[in-house]
Design a binder for this molecule. Structure first.
Ligand code: BGC
Length: 416
C-alpha cells in the first residue's frame, strides 16, 4: 500500500515536472487544402520537437469566414483555444475585448521590432504591445496561368492589361477551355474584385476606395468602370463555379482544364504540392494592370490569455518558433508566400516568390503597397463583410445594374 502511494506521488511529481516545460497548444486555423495542410504540419512538427503537444483545430473554409464564426462561439462560451489565426484590423477588435495575451516578452527577447517591416509590426501591435505573431506575406494580386492551355489557344503571352486579358480569354474559350477558373464563394468573388479595382484604378484609387472607404471614390466613374470589368470577367467563368473551393479552381488550371485563376499565392502551394514548376508548368503574373502594385495579406497568430504556466510556456514557444528562421523558410516554401522576417536567404525560393519579394520592396517604396480588403487587412470586419456581400450579390446577379452595384457597395462601406 505504502509502495503504491509512493509510486503515485512519484508519478504525480513526474507529471508536474513535465508540465512545467511542456504544454498543449490548441491552434485554430483554416489551412485544410493540400498545400496549406503541408505548411501547417511544419509548425506542428517544430512544436512537438520542443516537447509540446499540438491539438489541431482546423475549420475548413478558404478565407477564414467559417473559422472566425467558430472562434467567436468558442471564446463567448469561455473556451478559447491557445492560439488562433487572426489577421489585420480584427486583431485590434479582439485585443480591445481584453482576451489576448501580451507577446512583448517574446517579441523583445527575439527583437521583432528589428526583424519586421514597420507596416507589418504595426498590424501586430495593440496600444504599442505585440498581440500577434506574423507568419508570412501573401501577395493577393496574382493571376495564375497554364502555358500549355495558352499555347493551344494561340495566346502568346500572359496578358498585362484588361483589354489584352479579354482578347486572350476569348481565344481560350474558342479553343474549348474554361478561361477563368473561379470558385463561386463570397471571399473568392471579393478577391477577384479587389484585383480588378487595383488594375483599373491603380493603387491610389484602390486606397481611397477600399482602404479609406472614401464615398467620392466609391461612387466615381472609376468604380463604375471597375464593376463593368468585373462583370465582364464573370462571363468567362464556367457554369459549375458556384460553391467551388478555391483549391479545386486551382486544380482546373493545374489539370489543363482552365487557363487563368485570380487568387493569392496560396494557390502556388497547390502547384508546388502537385510537383509543378513555375515558368514551365504554370505562370505567375500580376493580375492585369497591377504589375507595379501589391495587395498584401499577412497571416498571423494571436494567443488567448491562459492561466496555466505550462500552456503559457507553450504559447511563448509557438510565438518564438513562428518568427524563427527555420519555420519562416520551410513554411513559406510550402505555403506559396514569402517570409515576413526581413533579411531571409531567398536561395531556396522559386521565381514567383522572388518576384513577390521584389515587388513588395518596390511597391513599398513607390507607395503602391496596399492591404488586401478581401483578406481582412484593410478595414474592420463589419465593413469588409458588408462590402463582400454587396460585391458577391453583384457578381451573381446580372439583373443588378452596374449603377446599382456601385450604390450598394458604397452603402455597404458605411457599415460600422
Ligand atoms: C489566408 C491564407 C489562406 C487562404 C485560403 C487567406 O485569407 O490568408 O493563408 O491560404 O485564405 O484559405
Amino acid at each position: 500500500m505504502l509502495k503504491l502511494s509512493k509510486l503515485a506521488t512519484a508519478v504525480a511529481l513526474l507529471v508536474a515536472g513535465t508540465a512545467a516545460v511542456a504544454g498543449e497548444v490548441e491552434v485554430l486555423h483554416w489551412w485544410t487544402s493540400g498545400g496549406e495542410a503541408k505548411s501547417v504540419a511544419e509548425l506542428k512538427k517544430i512544436m512537438q520537437e520542443k516537447g509540446h503537444s499540438w491539438k489541431d483545430f482546423a475549420v475548413a473554409g478558404g478565407g477564414g469566414d467559417n473559422a472566425m464564426t467558430v472562434l467567436k462561439s468558442r471564446v463567448v462560451s469561455g473556451n478559447a483555444p491557445a492560439a488562433a489565426q487572426i489577421k489585420g484590423p480584427a486583431l485590434q477588435e479582439w485585443a480591445a475585448e481584453g482576451v489576448l495575451a501580451n507577446l512583448d516578452p517574446v517579441a523583445k527577447a527575439d527583437n521583432w521590432d528589428a526583424l519586421l517591416p514597420t507596416v507589418v509590426a504595426d498590424i501586430m501591435k495593440y496600444k504599442g504591445n505585440y498581440i500577434a505573431a506574423p507568419v508570412n506575406v501573401h501577395r493577393v494580386n496574382w493571376m495564375w496561368a497554364n502555358p500549355a492551355v495558352l499555347k493551344k489557344a494561340g495566346v502568346a503571352n500572359a496578358p498585362k492589361t484588361w483589354p489584352e486579358f479579354f482578347a486572350a480569354a476569348d481565344k481560350v474559350k474558342k479553343a474549348g477551355f474554361v478561361a477563368v477558373a473561379h470558385g463561386g464563394q463570397n471571399w473568392q468573388d471579393f478577391t477577384t474584385f479587389e484585383s480588378v479595382v487595383l488594375g483599373i484604378g491603380g493603387a491610389k484609387f484602390y486606397h481611397d476606395a477600399l482602404v479609406k472607404l472614401d464615398q467620392k471614390a466609391l461612387t466615381s466613374a472609376t468604380m463604375t468602370k471597375s464593376l463593368e470589368t468585373f462583370r465582364k470577367v464573370h462571363g468567362y467563368v464556367d457554369a459549375a463555379s458556384p460553391g467551388r473551393d478555391w483549391n479545386l479552381a486551382t486544380a482546373m488550371v493545374i489539370q489543363e482544364k482552365a487557363a487563368f485563376q485570380f487568387m493569392g499565392d496560396w494557390a502556388k502551394g497547390e502547384f508546388t504540392t502537385a510537383g509543378k514548376v513555375p515558368g514551365k508548368d504554370y505562370i505567375c503574373a500580376a493580375a492585369p494592370g497591377t504589375d507595379s502594385a501589391y495587395t498584401f495579406n499577412v497571416d498571423s497568430f494571436a494567443m488567448f490569455k491562459l492561466k496555466d504556466a505550462a500552456a503559457q510556456k507553450a504559447q511563448a514557444d509557438l510565438a518564438s518558433s513562428i518568427m524563427g528562421v527555420p519555420f519562416q523558410e520551410i513554411f513559406n516554401l510550402n505555403k506559396g508566400s514569402i517570409p515576413v522576417r526581413l533579411n531571409m536567404d531567398m536561395g531556396k525560393f522559386d521565381d514567383c516568390a522572388k518576384l513577390s519579394a521584389k515587388a513588395f520592396v518596390a511597391s513599398a517604396k513607390a507607395g503602391s503597397l496596399e492591404p488586401s480588403i478581401a483578406h481582412g487587412m484593410a478595414v474592420p470586419p463589419a465593413a469588409a463583410g458588408a462590402i463582400q456581400d454587396a460585391v458577391s450579390q453583384f457578381w451573381n446577379d446580372d439583373k443588378i445594374s452596374v449603377a446599382d452595384g456601385v450604390k450598394n457597395i458604397a452603402k455597404a462601406a458605411k457599415t460600422q
